[in-house]
Write a new protein. Sequence first.
Length: 144
Amino acid sequence: MTVVKINAITVPADSGDELARRFAARAGAVDNQDGFEGFELLKPTDERTTWLVVTRWRDEESFQGWLHSPAFGHGHRSAAERSGGPAPHPVGISSELWSYVIAGGSPGAAGGSPGGPADPADPADSPADPAGGPADSPAGPDQA
C-alpha cells in the first residue's frame, strides 16, 4: 500500500526561493531508491510560509530503507559539503514529518487511481453529492 510522507518545512518569508533552489540542485537524487514512487515540492500560494515536501513510497519499509541509507545522508548534504566545504546555513526554521496512506481519490483526466478501484458496495466509494459528502450523507465539507 502506498505511503505518503509529507515534510512540512517552515521557512522565513523571504527564504522560500532558496529552499526551492536547494531542492532543484538535488532533483532526481532519490528517484532510483527501491520503493520510491514520486516527489513534489509544494509552494504556498497564500501568506503561509510552510512548504510541503510530498513523497510517495511503495510501503513503510521502503521509506525506512531510504531514511537509513547512505543515499539519504548524501542527498541531504549540499554540493559544497560533498566537495569538502562547509555546510550552508539551514533554510528551514522548523519541520514536521507527517505520514499518510491514501484512503480514496479520483483518477482525474490523466487516468490511474490513487486509491485503487472503486467498490460500489463500499459507502466510501459512493458518488459524492455537490456538498462534498457521500450521496447518502447529510454532511457537507464543513461537517465531514
